[in-house]
Design a protein around this ligand. Structure first.
Ligand SMILES: C[S@@+](CC[C@H](N)C(=O)[O-])C[C@H]1O[C@@H](n2cnc3c(N)ncnc32)[C@H](O)[C@@H]1O
Length: 287
């Protein structure tokens, strides 16, 4: 555990680590779980490698059930989650031997078959973000907003029979109806209330993680969802973007990451931030 400078980086499975965090200790969770079936992070506890997307949705819901417990009653969850297509087969650079960033495609492991659920057919967009959103709603979360991240620099795609995907969802969930939201934290340039589409550059790969989200995405969620000195959580921490930006904005952060290589990147990125906090409250037990 790295306890310096208000950034705790915990290496391991969120499902096992979250139960060790004190209830109602965290103000906001800002996170991005792996896509279903896309990247192989080479760990049996990884989210995203389930053989069926139904299991993926259930696993994501289980993790966020624990997140709900650790959030304060006025806390929020900002969930960036990606979609994918059901496919049979697959060849060339998009097929079974494809590399995505510095990870291998999980498609290798799931044998590139259309999953037998939801009436999916070859080439169907699976709608996973909304399936997760509805499942979280059913599990007690209040779904308050769907923000569309419009990517200024989307990944090129070789498709000729549909538009190139250039957006992702960010859902804002609240634990209760009396949740904290600082409308003044981020506003439109005109001074108007922030709109629910954010045009941001992708920064994936910039810090050694193939799926890092933009610092500006984290910045907006943190400023809207918390006050200085409060605790921000990311249970799929990756290279630690959420934690680093939280510290820069004078918030404390807990980052959980399964892959020790990425956890190490998060620690190194966090180490460059000036010390902000004399002590970090002991909200984490038995680690
Ligand atoms: C989309 S990436 C997050 C990237 C991060 N937002 C950043 O900016 O670097 C998802 C991360 O979740 C991690 N992960 C997958 N399953 C996990 C689990 N059960 N517990 C903790 N981390 C997990 C993966 O190793 C991967 O680094």
């Amino acid at each position: 555990m790295n306890m310096k400078k208000g950034l705790n980086v915990l290496t391991g499975d969120s499902l096992k680590i979250l139960p060790k965090i004190e209830s109602e200790s965290v103000q906001s969770c800002i996170t991005s779980p792996p896509y279903w079936g896309l990247r192989d992070y080479e760990n049996s506890a990884q989210i995203g490698s389930e053989s069926s997307p139904v299991d993926y949705v259930n696993n994501v819901v289980s993790i966020f059930r624990e997140v709900k417990r650790v959030l304060r009653s006025d806390g929020t969850l900002w969930l960036n989650i990606g979609d994918g297509y059901a496919r049979n087969g697959g060849i060339g650079k998009h097929g079974p031997n494809a590399i995505v960033g510095n990870t291998k495609k999980l498609i290798q492991k799931r044998n590139c078959k259309v999953p037998e659920c939801w009436g999916l057919k070859d080439r169907d967009l699976m709608g996973i973000p909304w399936r997760v959103a509805f499942a979280l709603q059913e599990d007690g979360w209040i779904l308050r907003s769907r923000i569309t991240w419009v990517k200024k620099n989307p990944m090129p795609e070789s498709v000729k029979n549909r538009p190139t995907s250039a957006t992702e969802e960010i859902f804002l969930f609240a634990k209760s109806s009396a949740y904290f939201y600082n409308q003044e934290g981020v506003r439109e340039e005109s001074g108007a209330n922030l709109r629910n589409y954010w045009i941001l550059n992708q920064e994936a790969g910039k810090y050694g993680h193939p799926a890092a989200f933009p610092r500006e995405l984290a910045r907006r969620c943190i400023l809207l969802g918390s006050k200085e000195e409060q605790i921000i959580l990311d249970p799929f921490g990756g290279s630690g973007t959420t934690g680093v930006v939280a510290n820069e904005l004078n918030r404390k952060a807990i980052i959980i990451e399964l892959n020790p290589t990425y956890a190490e990147i998060a620690i190194t990125r966090g180490a460059s931030i000036q010390p902000q906090f004399q002590s970090f409250p002991s909200v984490i037990n038995q680690i």
